[in-house]
Design a protein. Structure first.
Length: 255
């Protein structure tokens, strides 16, 4: 992993933050993105200016996406060298179904979870494709990692509106995987089950309900469990592609 250049969205909490720590620890240079500039700055100061650059803003905004990728390209002073690892992690949840969920957050969720993922996936892939032209096949690993969810594979009545965006992301990742396979760019979908982060509170899940579920199926995954799994997939040799990974707490039988 040493010497790789990464972009990670949603980097100031949960899975994103845990992954950034592992990437920097393994010798990667990382461009971190989130809306909260102060949290990004705290992370940069902790991990070191020589290994981290910050791009604050909405990860679904095309100008922010271009700034992230430009920052990664210029990070190590190698002309034209693009990021070889892009992790599409920023996301927004909402509790409930199409019938029962809060419609006020639908547009933001769809913009972040689906349109933002599609825009970054496309922008990263185009740059990687352009850079790979003329190289012998599989000269080096290039990865686009997309964070999905088990509720994007199995319909869940308690979060089917959120889950519908993850079904869409599943389709995007698989379509891109097939399209890009011949170029040597690996597109990997990571689908976790219950992970204990600030996600549940932001999404509006009832705390008593969540604690009841955890008593039944817990302990939940930690952000570092997911980050460790991502590291496994991206650490494979360039000719090996772990394209889909589902991970759950051992006692989680559904979804």
């Amino acid at each position: 992993m040493k010497g790789r250049v990464a972009v990670v969205t949603g980097a100031t909490a949960g899975i994103g933050e845990a992954l950034v720590r592992r990437l920097v620890g393994d010798g990667c240079f990382v461009v971190v993105n989130a809306r909260r500039a102060d949290r990004l700055d705290d992370l940069r100061r902790e991990l070191g200016d020589e290994d981290v650059r910050c791009v604050a803003g909405d990860a679904s905004d095309e100008s922010v996406i271009e700034r992230m990728l430009d920052t990664a390209r210029d990070a190590l002073g190698t002309p034209g060298q693009e990021a070889d690892l892009v992790v599409i992690n920023a996301g927004r949840g909402v509790a409930g179904s199409v019938i029962g969920s809060d419609t006020a957050v639908w547009e933001e969720m769809v913009r972040t979870n689906y349109l933002g993922a599609a825009r970054l996936l496309r922008a990263a892939a185009l740059r990687m494709q352009h850079e790979a032209k003329g190289e012998p096949p599989l000269t080096r690993a290039r990865d686009i990692v997309v964070l999905g969810s088990v509720v994007g594979r199995h319909v869940s009545p308690f979060s089917s509106m959120y889950g519908s965006t993850k079904f869409a992301v599943h389709s995007l990742a698989e379509g891109a995987r097939r399209e890009l396979a011949g170029t040597g760019i690996r597109v990997t979908l990571i689908e976790p089950g219950f992970v204990k982060t600030e996600f549940q509170g932001v999404a509006g899940y009832d705390q008593a309900w969540f604690e009841e579920v955890m008593a039944k199926v817990g302990p939940p995954l930690s952000p570092d469990d997911v980050a460790r799994t991502i590291m496994f997939s991206i650490s494979q040799p360039a000719g090996v592609h772990v394209s889909d990974l589902v991970l759950r707490p051992t006692r989680q039988e559904y979804p």
